[in-house]
Write a new protein. Sequence first.
Length: 32
Amino acid sequence: MGDTAACLTVSGVKMLHTQLILKYDGAFPHAP
C-alpha cells in the first residue's frame, strides 16, 4: 500500500538533494 506515493516521495527528495548538491558545489567548488 502506498508504493507509488513512496516512489514519488523518494524521487522528490532525490531531486531536492541533487539541487542542493549542485547549489553548494557551485558556491563551494571542491576537488572530486
